[in-house]
Design a protein around this ligand. Structure first.
Ligand code: PLP
Length: 384
């Protein structure tokens, strides 16, 4: 018998994995203090950029001797900037277990022509981190947004490593504890866990990463947009908010508002707890339905932000079109937007659970998922 449409609906159906939902209290009016039409080099603009850096430091508990910069081109810009500036001084290991990590492998190996030791794992699995040589430079993604598999703990990274760790933490920052003493380069973008706007990236450097920048000049041209040093010295202004090129002051205002909101819900621990609660609501649903499962094989590696799910019912004839049709039904009902699996990932769903998403919305959406599954099975049968 077909399930009837559930009575209640999510207040906010936005479960996209990027750009992610704005905070529940967001309104366009909250941006009315933006320094619009003003120079980002004027005191008002500089102060806001500096505040964005310092509030980030405060919320994420970034050590005082780490540098933080706002850079162009979002997380992609920040991570590319790190690889282009730093890699080549010593052997490199590239780790990847989903699409974004694989993208960094391609760029390091094919574009930068780095002779890297490449370690990969299939969607759902993770590279054996114990087998990594941390005396090399190691590039990896903390949370694989397209597989929902994250690094379970930084304990495996030795404190006395010789190499640098370059960590893409786009879908991890503000949702997971990041062990700063184990991370030399950390990047993320505003558009993920904080629900900020795209196109601005954050680059966080340990003192050892700065030391490398000042002692190693890569044998490759560096466009102005990537340059962090001048005459062998770090351009310190970049880390005080004197951005390389012009940022959007509207996006800066939005980021400041998002940081203030994150503080108001308990800061980093509050944000982690919100993501954990959302992920727990999904886990309870998965555990009580035998036709759906996590893509992440090991529960210890299961993300609390980008939850990737697969349909496991053997009555399903075409997995890819079935998953797409379920996502489409939920979208057409206005229940869940943008929850189809990433284009390169195995068929399924990806539901964003970062802190800007309300648990009540996840809970209201899940009965609809059961409804959509049931109806899609019925539609498949009718078409057979
Ligand atoms: C792990 C990871 N890295 C990089 C990116 C690219 O981020 P951006 O588009 O902000 O540059 C994303 C976006 O989803 C991501 O999830």
């Amino acid at each position: 018998m077909a399930i009837a449409k559930p009575a209640s609906r999510p207040v906010n159906p936005r479960f996209s994995s990027g750009p992610c939902a704005k905070s529940p209290t967001f309104t366009l009016n909250s941006l009315s203090d933006a320094a619009l039409g003003r120079s980002h080099r004027a005191a008002v603009g500089k102060d806001k950029l500096k505040a964005a850096i310092e509030k980030t430091r405060d919320l994420l508990k970034v050590p005082a001797d780490y540098r933080i910069a706002i850079v162009p081109a979002s997380d992609t810009g920040a991570f590319e900037m790190a690889m282009w500036n730093l890699l080549g001084e010593r052997p490199v290991e590239m780790l990847a277990w989903e699409s974004f990590g694989s993208g960094w492998v391609t760029d390091a190996v094919k574009q930068l022509k780095i002779e890297a030791d490449v370690k990969t794992a299939d969607y759902g699995a993770i590279v054996d981190l114990a087998s990594v040589d941390w005396n090399k430079d190691v590039c990896f993604t903390w949370n694989g947004t397209t597989s929902g598999v994250r690094v379970p703990s930084g304990d495996v990274i030795p404190a006395d490593r010789q190499g640098l760790t370059l960590c893409d933490a786009t879908s991890a920052a503000f949702a997971m504890d990041l062990p700063w003493d184990k991370l030399d380069v950390t990047t993320f973008s505003w558009q993920k866990v904080l629900g900020g706007e795209a196109a601005h990236g954050m680059l966080i450097l340990s003192p050892r990463a700065v030391e490398r920048l000042e002692s190693y000049t890569p044998d490759r041209p560096l466009p102005k947009i990537f340059r962090l040093t001048k005459g062998g010295k770090l351009i310190e202004g970049i880390f005080r908010g004197e951005t390389i090129n012009t940022p959007s002051m509207l996006c800066v205002e939005d980021y400041l508002q998002a940081l203030d909101w994150a503080r108001s819900v308990g800061g980093l621990q509050g944000m982690i707890a919100r993501a954990d609660r959302n992920a727990a609501a999904i886990a309870a649903f998965v555990n009580s339905h035998d036709w759906i499962d996590f893509l992440a094989i090991d529960p210890a590696t299961r993300s609390n932000t980008s939850l990737c799910l697969k349909f496991t019912d053997d009555r399903i004839i075409d997995g890819a079109s079935f998953a797409k049709a379920v996502a489409k039904r939920l979208e057409l009902e206005g229940i869940a937007l943008d929850i189809g699996a990433y284009r390169d990932a195995p068929p399924g769903l990806r539901i964003w659970c970062g802190g800007t998403v309300e648990t009540s919305d996840i809970e209201a959406m899940l009965p609809w998922l059961a409804w959509a599954f049931d109806n899609e099975l019925a539609a498949q049968k009718a078409a057979a």
